[in-house]
Structures are given as C-alpha cells and as structure tokens.
Ligand binder design. Structure first.
Ligand code: EPZ
Length: 424
C-alpha cells in the first residue's frame, strides 16, 4: 500500500486547479440508466470511486467510453443486461445504492445489495427505500439484497423526509423522472450536487423545479434522452485546498469553483482572520500575519458547514489560539482522525458528538494512519503545519476522492511525496 510523506513548515504559494466533484459525478453516472441514449459527462474526476461506479454500471450492461484522458465519460445504457447490483461492488462504495432508483424506474425491477455500515457511521438507507415504497414499489429484503418490483412502473408521490439526506434525495429524484404523475420531495437536500443532478436530468428531458430548495417537484415523463453535461467543481476538494494555506501560511489561488460552493467555510475562515478573496478564476486564500482565532463549528446539511470538511477544519483549529469546539451533527462516528492528530501532538477531547480542540499545539511529524477519505485529508493538512516528517499510511482512502494530491500540493511548495509500495 502506498504511503504519503510530508515534511511540514513550508509556506505555500501558487495555484491549484480544482477538479469535477466526486459526489456529483457518483450521482450523475447512474442517471445514465434512465435512458437508452448516451449520457456524456465532462469534467469528470479521475478517482478510484468513479472507477468503482463505472465497474458497477458495466456490470449492469452499460457501455462506457473514457474520453479526453478520462476527463469525460460517455455512458450508454442502450441495453440493460442485468438488474442486479452485487455485494462485491456495493460493499466497496455506498453510493452504489444510487442505481436502485434509476433501475427500478426504467426496468420496473431491481436487486441491489444493501451497503453495510462504514467507518464513519451506520449509514442506513431506509429513506431511500421508504420513498420508493411510497412511489408504489414493493420491496423485500433477502440475503442482504433489496429485491424491488414496480410492475406497471413507479407513480408520483408526496415524500417528506424526516431529515435531510443527500443520497435519498438523489435516488428519488432520479426515480421520479420516469414515474407516472407528480412527485414532491419535501425537506429535500439542497446540496450543489443535487442542483447539478437536476440540471443534468433536465437536459435529458426531465421536468423538475425547485432544486436547491427544500421542496423539489418532478413531473414524470414517458422517456428521457441523451445529453452532455459538465460536472460541477468539487467543493470539498476546494475547501480542503483552501485550508492548506490557512494552516501552512502563504497564499494560494484555487482555480475553479467559487464562494457559493463553500460559503460556510469562507465565513469561518474570515472570522478566524484568514483572508478569502474572489478572483476571476476562483478564490485566493491567504493567512494573514499572526495566529488564527479559535471558533465553534457545527456540521449541517448545505448551506451549513459540510461534514466532509470537518476533519480538515479540525487540523486548522489545532493551530488556533484558544479553545475551539466542533460538533458533528451528520455522522455519529466521524472523529476517527482525533487519535491520529493526537499522535502528532494535538490536544483534542471528544465528548459524544463534539470535539474540543485546544490550540495552538506544536505539532510534530509522526507515522499516522488514515481511517477514511476526509480523515486522510485532515492528516495531510495537519502534517503541513507539523515540524518534521509525517508518514500517512492507508492512502488508498485518499485516492478515492482526491486526484494527484501530492502533485497539486508540491506544485505550491509543500514538501510531499508518495512512497509507492514496490510491485510484488
Ligand atoms: C453523501 O452521503 C456524501 N456521499 C457524503 O460524502 C457526505 O458526507 C454526506 O452526503 C453528507 O453530506 C456522496 O454523495 C456519494 P446522507 P450520503 O444520506 O448521501 C443518515 C465523502 O467523504 N441516513 O445525506 O450517504 C445517514 O446515516 C462522503 O465524500 C439515514 O439514516 O449521506 C447520515 O447520518 C462521505 N437513512 C445522514 O442521514 C437514510 O436512508 C445524512 O446522510 C439515509 C441517510
């Protein structure tokens, strides 16, 4: 397994290009199942999770061509050869559940393995399933698989989510495009990835209004057609790299994506005395002289502070003057990076869903282990501020969601390299 070695202390200077959003692309790819015509996604990120979704769609009979060196994916579901999403693939990536809605809507039947729990929490999919039931599907759970049937097709329904779920909103939004009648999703997720999905579906002929608000209305149509759609910028990659100069010092311009994608982070950084400037090409972040101020952070659905940036902001707060409190409201077990940060000298106490961070801590390089994708990003950021060398193992987590992290950071002056495991 590859590792990443970082020697901290170098201020950063230069620019970093932000890629297409992993989590948008993971929802857009299954949308191709809704039509027998090709869907072409441009600005696709080249990531392990995207390769996994590709493998899943191919197992269902999709033909996928990677164009522009993998930056564009042309997906054709002209013929659906299988309606079963097998455990082998689903267990690798929970977003696999997003094929359920489209398969059921197009084929009237689907068999999808239930994803298990994962490092950050139990992550059930009950909202996906109950929503599909409201749309007329009958579901049966057998041997770890959901067997879903909608003979005669899905029908429109009123679905009020008890709490916000990005994935359930996406699954039901896709299913509703081909359902008979009108579907109303209340308390829907408002994340930019939902807006991107709705725009793509509309380009494919779907009738959707209200995306980006808590109430989305979909008028089902008989068929969708092909389209070409550019994936939005990855707001979590953007936020992660915005935090790099905030932690290491210096000034970095992030190319692609803007303030609207990371408004909550911009507000926090500015309150902590880090400068964020809009530029024609993106955002420029500069750590002003002196020390960052402590703050309170609470994760929440968009437009709140994203849980996917919680580990990264914690890395910054180890360097802030005073006591910061981070409350994790989305996932129950998303503080696995805390003991690793502690190995580097951070002072963090976790009480239930909140972490108290006392700073500034003099971080020192140490061998640490990544527990999930965003935890890995938090460790990389902390390592940029640490004295000496940090070696992060299990970086396959990182490769799921960050493209060429070592190249992007070394281009702005970070001392970072990938230690490749020798081929056996
Ligand atoms: C998406 O996951 C993202 N993944 C996650 O990013 C992100 O952390 C999360 O949204 C929250 O923003 C993708 O888009 C592929 P949810 P998702 O349904 O859709 C509970 C990353 O690092 N819940 O909004 O699975 C759930 O357990 C990843 O890139 C139910 O109880 O998240 C969680 O506590 C990690 N029942 C909360 O709701 C359900 O049926 C929000 O989850 C569905 C969700």
């Amino acid at each position: 397994m590859d590792r990443i070695a970082i020697t901290g202390g170098a201020p950063l200077q230069g620019e970093i290009a932000i890629g297409g959003a992993k989590n948008a692309c993971l929802a857009l790819m299954p949308a191709a199942l809704l039509t027998d015509q090709p869907l072409t996604l441009t600005n696709a990120p080249r990531l392990a999770d995207i390769a996994t979704m590709r493998q899943l769609l191919e197992s269902l009979g999709c033909e996928i061509a990677a164009l522009q060196h993998g930056r564009a994916l042309a997906i054709s579901a002209a013929r659906i050869a299988s309606r079963t999403a097998h455990y082998d693939i689903v267990r690798k990536m929970r977003a696999s559940i997003l094929v359920l809605g489209p398969l059921l809507a197009r084929e009237g039947a689907a068999v999808v393995s239930l994803p298990g729990g994962c490092a950050i929490g139990a992550r059930p999919v009950d909202l996906h399933l109950s929503g599909l039931e409201k749309m007329g599907a009958t579901l049966e759970l057998r041997e770890g698989y959901v067997h879903a049937q909608a003979q005669g097709g899905l029908r429109g329904a009123e679905i009020a989510f008890p709490f916000v779920s990005v994935g359930a909103t996406e699954n039901l939004l896709m299913a509703a495009t081909l359902a008979r009648g009108t579907t109303r999703l209340r308390n829907a997720a408002c994340e930019p990835e939902i807006v991107d999905l709705a725009r793509c579906l509309r380009a494919m002929g779907a009738q959707i209004v209200g995306e980006g608000t808590p109430e989305i209305e979909v008028q089902g149509v008989a068929a969708l057609h092909g389209a070409t759609h550019a994936v939005i910028a990855d707001r979590i990659e953007l936020g992660t790299y915005m935090l790099a100069p905030a932690i290491a010092g210096g000034e970095v311009e992030l190319i692609g994506g803007g303030r609207a994608l990371v408004g909550a982070l911009c507000d926090l950084l500015e309150a902590a005395d880090v400068s964020v400037e809009d530029t024609p090409r993106g955002l420029k972040v500069r750590r002003r002289n002196g020390i960052v101020r402590a703050m309170r952070v609470e994760t929440a659905p968009y437009p709140g502070f994203p849980t996917d940036l919680q580990a990264q902001i914690m890395a910054l707060l180890t360097q802030a003057e005073g006591e910061s409190v981070i409350s994790e409201r989305i996932f129950e077990n998303r503080f696995m990076h805390v003991p690793e940060l502690a190995r580097m000298g951070a002072e963090i106490a976790v009480h239930g869903g909140a972490a108290t961070v006392r700073g500034p801590a003099a971080l020192r390089g140490a061998p640490v282990m990544a527990s999930d994708l965003r935890a890995s990003a938090g460790l990389i950021l902390a390592a940029l501020a640490a004295r000496g060398e940090t070696v992060i193992s299990r970086v396959y987590h990182l490769d799921r969601g960050y493209e060429r992290v070592e190249e992007k950071l070394s281009a702005v002056g970070a001392r970072i390299e990938r230690l490749r495991e020798p081929a056996r």
